[in-house]
Design a protein around this ligand. Structure first.
Ligand SMILES: NC(=O)c1ccc[n+]([C@@H]2O[C@H](COP(=O)([O-])OP(=O)(O)OC[C@H]3O[C@@H](n4cnc5c(N)ncnc54)[C@H](OP(=O)(O)O)[C@@H]3O)[C@@H](O)[C@H]2O)c1
Length: 286
C-alpha cells in the first residue's frame, strides 16, 4: 500500500487522482491532518490516516501496513526538516520499504540566497542516510505560481521583477503529480533521483511575451533592481524577513539556480509536459 502525505494539498491531490485511475483505491492511503478537508478522499475509497508531521505517535500509526511513503514537503519552512525527520523515522520504524520525497530543482546549495531551500537538501540527506530505498523528486518551480508572482495588475503594469535573464523550465503541478504517481506505481526499488522540469526554460521576458501573444495586449517585462524590489515589498507592508526571503528567491532565479532542463518529467508522464503558453492559458483563463 502507498501512503501519500499532504494528500489534502494541491500536489497531493494531483498524485492521488492519478493513483486512483491506475490502481485500486484500497492500495492507497492518505495522511491527513484535517479530516474536514478529506471528504473527497474518503468518498474515493482511499483509506484515511489521521496525523501530523509534528506528532510522532500519529505517524507510527499511519505507517502500519505501508510499503511506500510519498512525503510531500511540509509548508512550515522553519520547522520542515524536523517534521520530515519524524516522517522518515516513523517509516523506518514501521519497516516501510521505500520513501519518496518532493524536493526542488536547485543547482548549487552552496550559493543559494534563499536559505530556507536548504531544508530540501537536508531532507534528502536524511532520506539517503535512512538506508531505505528512495525516490527523490526534485520539482521545478510550479508554473501555477505565476498568477500570484505576477500580481493582479500584470496586464496593466507588466512584469516588474529583479530576475533579469534568469530562466525557469516551469511545469504544472498537475503534470508533476501525475508523473510522481506513475513512478510510485512502477516496480523495482533502489535509489532514484529525478529532476522534474518542463522541456524549455523561460525568462520572465519570455513569460511577458507569451502573455502578450495570448491576450493580444502588450505585456512588458521591466527589470527592477534588487534593492528597489525589496523596498517595494516592504512598502506593501510585508515584514522585513518575508521581503528578504522573496528577494532571495528571485535572486536564485536570476542566478540560474532553477534553469536546468531534463527529460525526466516527460519520461514519467509518457508525453511532453504542458508547455508555457498552454499552461498560461489555463492559469489565466484566457
Ligand atoms: N515546486 C514549487 O514550485 C513549489 C512551490 C510551492 C511549494 N512547494 C512545496 O511543495 C509542497 C507541496 O505543494 P502544494 O502545492 O501541494 O502545497 P499545499 O497545497 O500547501 O499542500 C501542502 C500539504 O502539506 C500538508 N501539511 C503541511 N504541514 C503538515 C503537517 N505538519 N502535517 C501533515 N501535513 C502537513 C498540508 O495539510 P493541510 O491540507 O491540512 O494544510 C497540505 O495537504 C509544499 O508543501 C511546498 O513545500 C513547491
Amino acid at each position: 500500500m502507498i501512503l501519500v502525505t499532504g494528500a489534502t494539498g494541491q500536489l497531493g491531490r494531483a498524485v492521488t487522482e492519478t493513483l486512483l485511475k491506475k490502481t485500486s483505491a484500497d492500495q492507497v492511503a492518505a495522511l491527513v491532518r484535517d479530516e474536514g478537508k478529506a471528504a473527497a478522499l474518503r468518498e474515493s475509497g482511499i483509506r484515511l490516516r489521521i496525523g501530523s508531521y509534528d506528532d510522532a505517535g500519529s505517524l507510527d500509526r499511519a505507517m502500519q501496513g505501508i510499503q511506500k511513503v510519498l512525503l510531500i514537503a511540509g509548508t512550515d519552512e522553519d520547522r520542515r526538516v524536523e517534521q520530515h525527520r519524524n516522517v522518515v523515522e516513523a517509516a523506518k520504524k514501521a519497516g516501510v520499504q521505500a520513501i519518496a520525497y518532493t524536493s526542488r530543482t536547485l543547482k548549487d546549495r552552496n550559493t543559494l540566497e534563499n536559505k530556507l531551500m536548504l531544508g530540501h537538501f537536508e531532507t534528502e540527506e536524511l532520506i539517503v542516510r535512512s538506508g531505505l530505498d528512495y525516490t527523490i523528486f526534485r520539482n521545478v518551480l510550479y508554473m501555477d505560481v505565476l498568477p500570484q508572482f505576477l500580481g493582479e495588475r500584470v496586464f496593466e503594469d507588466g512584469i516588474r521583477l529583479p530576475t533579469g535573464p534568469g530562466r525557469v523550465p516551469f511545469a504544472l503541478r498537475r503534470d508533476m503529480g501525475e508523473a510522481i504517481a506513475n513512478e510510485l506505481l512502477s516496480e523495482g526499488g533502489g535509489k532514484r533521483l529525478y529532476k522534474f522540469t518542463g522541456r524549455e526554460a523561460y525568462s520572465f521576458a519570455d513569460v511577458a511575451a507569451a502573455l502578450s501573444e495570448l491576450t493580444g495586449k502588450a505585456v512588458a517585462y521591466q527589470p527592477v533592481e534588487k534593492s528597489d524590489f525589496e523596498a517595494q515589498l516592504k512598502a506593501r507592508g510585508l515584514p522585513d524577513v518575508v521581503a528578504r526571503r522573496i528577494v532571495g528567491f528571485m535572486m536564485d532565479i536570476k542566478n540560474g539556480q532553477e534553469d536546468e532542463v531534463t527529460s525526466d518529467l516527460e519520461d514519467w508522464l509518457g508525453r511532453p509536459p504542458t508547455p508555457l503558453r498552454e499552461g498560461l492559458k489555463l492559469l489565466f483563463k484566457r
